[in-house]
Design a protein around this ligand. Structure first.
Ligand SMILES: NC(=O)c1ccc[n+]([C@@H]2O[C@H](COP(=O)([O-])OP(=O)(O)OC[C@H]3O[C@@H](n4cnc5c(N)ncnc54)[C@H](OP(=O)(O)O)[C@@H]3O)[C@@H](O)[C@H]2O)c1
Length: 312
């Protein structure tokens, strides 16, 4: 286990949680009060002030299916449910097999304008990168992509130059970079210090907390939004708690399931904008969006959560 990060609760998180608290109590009422209580928390993108719901969908692996009606149907159901519940951020990449094509099909049903669409560029060189991005626009069947990030820091000099051109032309709205392993943090940190980025995407999970040491504080200092990938460590965390009961004290921060427990821990970090767990089922969407509502764990609760996970 990496050293633990004992982070004081963010003022923003506390305020956001507190703001929802009175609304979370009269859940029995129907109509506007109920709708308010069900609303997802939102956080700002520092470079613009635009706010996003704090949980998104990741599409690697499970969205890489044959784009046939049968294979796409459950994925469409998951995305439709996500949007109906107030979700908006969806992350994909040209290297995720057919995921961009599949998403392009799903978003045609009037969903494109309701989604904050994120893709990546992972080919080196100005020409290669630009060609890959052109293919993403085609596959996603869209005139604009909200965010394109340099995938795994591949040729950031050439690719960030291409992304800056696209931003100036209004074809993308934000740019950034991604990593997903601790071994990439030194290069990521150097890049964050020398470049102006709207977003970073980084691995941060309850059993992989190194990002909290330097990367997350640096993102806050440099005004970069943070998407968190692999928040369950794929199947690591959920496997580790299989057969175990959720502790009763999880209810103190409005947590009703293990997936919400892992996501609320990540979300309680001040610098985090939006984790993007892989969600290919409507049931996962419904469960995980529970993490984007209500109170977040405070510093003492986070320490208790870490102790529980470290002892697994
Ligand atoms: N370098 C990069 O840029 C990079 C690298 C990695 C990932 N990413 C992004 O980050 C996203 C998330 O990573 P990930 O999908 O690999 O890992 P993850 O989010 O840690 O785990 C996703 C898996 O957790 C399970 N799951 C999700 N919600 C659940 C629920 N409520 N109950 C039970 N199980 C649940 C699902 O497993 P089953 O499907 O097996 O049921 C799902 O595939 C990716 O989709 C991708 O968009 C980016």
């Amino acid at each position: 286990m990496p050293p633990s990060s004992r982070m004081p609760p963010s003022r923003r998180t506390v305020l956001a949680g507190a703001a929802l608290l009175p609304l979370a109590v009269p859940l029995l009422g129907a109509g506007p009060a109920r709708a308010q209580a069900d609303r997802l928390l939102r956080r700002p993108i520092p470079s613009s002030g635009e706010t996003l719901p704090v949980l998104g969908i990741g599409t690697s692996r499970r969205y890489e299916v044959e784009p046939t009606p049968e294979k796409v149907a459950p994925l469409r159901e998951a995305v439709q449910r996500f949007v109906a519940l107030g979700g908006s951020v969806i992350d994909t990449a040209p290297s995720y097999g057919t995921a961009e094509d599949v998403l392009g099909l799903i978003l045609q049903d009037g969903l494109r304008e309701k989604v904050f669409l994120c893709s990546k560029v992972g080919t080196p060189g100005r020409e290669g990168g630009a060609a890959e991005i052109a293919r993403s626009f085609k596959r996603l069947n869209t005139a604009t992509i909200d965010l394109i990030a340099v995938h795994n820091l591949i040729d950031p000099t050439a690719n960030l130059a291409t992304l800056r051109d696209l931003k100036a032309q209004g074809k993308i709205r934000y740019l950034g970079v991604t990593v997903w392993r601790d071994g990439q943090f030194a290069d990521l940190e150097a890049l964050m210090r020398r470049e102006t980025l709207d977003f970073i995407q980084v691995n941060y999970a309850m059993d992989d907390r190194l990002a909290a040491e330097r990367i997350l504080p640096l993102a806050a200092e440099r005004g970069m939004a943070v998407m968190v990938n692999v928040p369950f460590g794929r199947d690591r965390l959920l496997k580790a708690v299989q057969g175990r009961e959720l502790p009763a004290w999880a209810a103190e921060f409005d947590c009703a399931s293990w997936p919400q427990f892992f996501l609320k821990y990540v979300l309680a970090h001040d610098a985090v904008t939006c984790p993007i767990p892989g969600m290919a089922k409507a049931a996962y969407v419904e469960d995980n969006l529970g993490a984007a509502r209500g109170r977040m764990p405070d510093a003492a609760q986070r320490t208790r959560m870490e102790a529980l996970v470290d002892a697994l």
